[in-house]
Ligand binder design. Sequence first.
Ligand code: ADP
Ligand code: ZN
Ligand code: ZN
Length: 742
Amino acid sequence: MPNSSIDKNRIFRIALTLPLNRLFDYLAPEKIDLDQIKPGIRVRVPFARGEKIGVLVELAEKSDRDSSSLKQISEILDEQPLLNNLDLKLLRWTSQYYHHPLGEVIMTAFPALLREGKHACLKQDKYYALTDIGKSLDSRKLQRAPKQKALLEFMQSFVSTASTKQLASWQDNWRPALKQLLIKKILQETNQPASSTPKAKEIIRTPEFATNPQQQKAIDAVCHALGRFQVFLLEGVTGSGKTEVYMQIIQQVLARGEQVLVLLPEITLTPQLEERFRHRFTAPIAIFHSKLSKTQRLESWLQMQQGKGSILLGTRSALFTPLTQPGLIILDEEHDNSFKQQEGFRFSARDVAVVRGKMLNIPVLLGTATPSLESLHNAAKKRYQLLHLPDRAGNALAPTIQLMDIRNKKMQEGLSEPLLAQIKQTLAKKEQVLIFLNRRGYAPVLMCHSCGWIVRCHRCDANLVIHYGEKILRCHHCAQEQRLLQHCQSCKTGELTPIGLGTERIEKALQIFFPHHQTIRMDRDTTQRKGELEKQLEKINSGRADIILGTQMLAKGHHFPNVTLVTMLDVDGGLFGIDYHAPEKLAQMIVQVSGRAGRAEKPGKVILQTRKPDHPLLLSLIHNGYSHFANSALAERQTAQLPPFSHQALLRVLAVDKQTPQDFLQAVVHLIQEIDNPTKVLGPVPAPMAKRAGRYRFQLLLQSDKRQDLHYLLDFLIPKIEKIKLAKKVRWSLDVDPVDLF
Ligand code: ADP
Ligand code: ZN
Ligand code: ZN
């Protein structure tokens, strides 16, 4: 009698979080029905002296290793797969494309608690229903308790039975009203979910305006493509109503019973969009980003994975969340570099989103006012369909942009006199002012007044930044801190003077110039604590802040209707970047920051302080607009044969000494010479910041006209690099399609 288990797939290939590009073979546990086992489940396995959680990727008959040495799976954690075949296919593709170990890639698709082996089950929902009293009660009777009245109306008009989840997505802070209605016997708890869930269409609240023709065209184009793969690039000027377009498309997707994945570049943008979505949709919305608790992230992930969530709103880490009924992927502010992970697994959420859309056969919508050059290039090649919203929505007008020449002007703490006068005028009209400076801290340099000595970070090629509030000097590259010095450590006598401007310094100055107005500073230092950002946004939107001062956090997507004056204190810094991406980034920044001005009825004005009022980039941008700038930037890239007209990968190496990284990269260069490949090899060269956090950094840039050639080379190279002797003495990483060369 043949033993049936022999021809069965008894080898489990497991993905583990390890920096090794392979799967790990284990023997199936005894006494299990192998027919019930599907890839995508989690398992617990013995590893070294401990245990690890991994994911079953494949079942195989044989192992390449001696099967007597194989260990057995300790425990199977899931009955049903958490990832389906398409999820696994996408993760495999991503691992291959970015040349990042498959195990790490697969494990990043999971929220932390699942990686740690926690049970994959959603908290049990409670359900509430109207009592007979509740069904017939006139809601006006609750006039004096507006929250209770709203809840009653919600129940009466929409759902009659609602789960805690639905209530949570209906409104924040709904529990007190619920409690009261339970006490008053207007509502009761029930263990019965609503017999039929209401159709998405019935539970969408309509906006109070009609879409304009351009919006409608964009909506129709995308809706026409539902159910198949197509990429759209929605280029809409700031305030053109892109979000409205998203919402109307989402509505159609929900009506088809499908789910939508919405990705944003920044956590700071989620509260605002979440609120707009909750206001529009009663369908369950899940949120996923790194500032949520582990439990919250687990809940959101499972909600989508089990098909209980309709919309997932998240940052780049949400991209791999499994969906049961995928219908559409939206990526807002697609030009934003935050979509590219800059450490570890360096993937581009934008590019992988497009691949995911293709695998799932659903449309992908990329929206922005300032498209990346890559996306414009893809649109020009007809790979993406371009949709335009050339005008601001409603009655809002495009802001006027003015270059303010500050050469030889009297300056006070970075603010020129004419600028101060403009701020004063705006405040007098009870309108808000937004001041942008892309540098945190008090001042970037602390210098000795008598000998010129500067306080440097001893671990980086960088100055320490003054943080007066905390009375410390901090390195913005390695987070090294020291107490604020009073005297020069070189000449021992000289006084130390802060040079240059940071947001903290401007904030102090504004408090002196405008003592009767409220200034709010928004940067990474002031928004770190949980809930702080929401508080600040609330202050701005309720009009309790007059001047909003901040870093690039402000440049992105915020909608502040009462801001009419926007100013960038220093645009010159961005004009001289060494990276070829610098002009594109500066142009995007200027347009995005300017876009915060005059978004409602009142017209907006933008003032850019500069000492280079004749700079061609600034002039082209202001007189001809972003598209014109982008086209000439693309033409320049083509002449120089830079991306997107070629393809790059950057090999970064660091070590405690200067020599080893160079020797290591030389060894890599030798490897490359072993095969015939047209890829250009540039370097080894020191990184733009050659020393950082006590490590010396060098890099090698690989560039090909054809993507295929580059990846052919990488496929050959990476396994060999791992075997270079010096590889153990350095830390190296590969960045495919780098968005900056640092
Ligand atoms: P964007 O995302 O392109 O910056 P938003 O979607 O935030 O723009 O829209 C800007 C403002 O215009 C919002 O207050 C929005 O409610 C409003 N709006 C959008 N579409 C219309 C429309 N068709 N008519 C009137 N107002 C609109
Ligand atoms: Zn000195
Ligand atoms: Zn440092």
